[in-house]
Design a protein around this ligand. Structure first.
Ligand code: ZN
Length: 211
């Protein structure tokens, strides 16, 4: 797609008409409410569009995206999205998704972030410093991938400390948190094998993690 708003709007019309041709009531039914099964927290990277890579339709995934897929407890934006998803929409699954080839991770490894971006990415810089010895044993490519994965795990840990998540488990309501990495080189999601569904799971996860 060229950088042309006319093209963008034409594409939108074609997309909406295509969906309506398959299901004439699709948009009308969705217009009254949403009941997504997932909250997706991911990177803003244009190559990682949540709905498309998950094969989901509008209404199926509630999303929050930022540079580096960070979850910071003092980030009003992210915390509001989590609160709304859990308390209003009663979403029962959260996906924390990072991706290989992430520019935010690269900027930390290469120390090229400046200004506001440098400030925003501070949590990743701290994570990098903490794990520098382990990462130095790897090739540059593998260290880059490993830091992407460690960042996902660190953000899962942060997410699990939010009051919305803890309240959910305290009240014995179901909530599963998953850690995924998307490979921009082949289009596949990789499950990091983390599923946290209770405070006990969280303690176990924290015992085995690197942060
Ligand atoms: Zn990214």
């Amino acid at each position: 797609m060229k950088g042309d708003i006319t093209q963008l709007i034409e594409n939108n019309r074609a997309w909406a008409e295509e969906i309506t041709s398959r299901d004439p009531m699709f948009f009308e039914q969705l217009s009254s409410h949403q009941s997504p099964q997932f909250l997706w927290i991911g990177c803003s990277d244009s190559r990682v569009p949540p709905n498309q890579i998950a094969g989901a339709l509008p209404g199926e995934i509630f999303t929050h995206q930022n540079v580096g897929n960070l979850v910071q407890l003092n980030d009003v934006n992210c915390m509001s999205a989590v609160k709304f998803a859990l308390e209003e929409l009663e979403v029962a699954n959260i996906v924390l998704c990072g991706h290989y080839g992430c520019g935010a991770i690269k900027a930390i490894i290469e120390n090229t972030a400046e200004g506001l971006l440098k400030k925003w990415l501070e949590p990743i810089a701290h994570l990098y410093q903490k794990n520098k010895i382990e990462l130095s044993d790897l090739s540059a490519e593998l260290a880059y991938k490993r830091l992407v994965e460690l960042n996902v795990l660190a953000q899962v840990n942060s997410l699990c400390r939010s009051s919305s998540v803890l309240d959910r488990w305290t009240n014995k309501n179901s909530l599963n948190i998953h850690a995924l990495v998307y490979d921009v080189g082949n289009g596949f999601l990789k499950d990091l094998g983390v599923k946290i569904s209770s405070k006990d799971d969280l303690f176990e996860f924290q015992r085995s993690a690197y942060f």
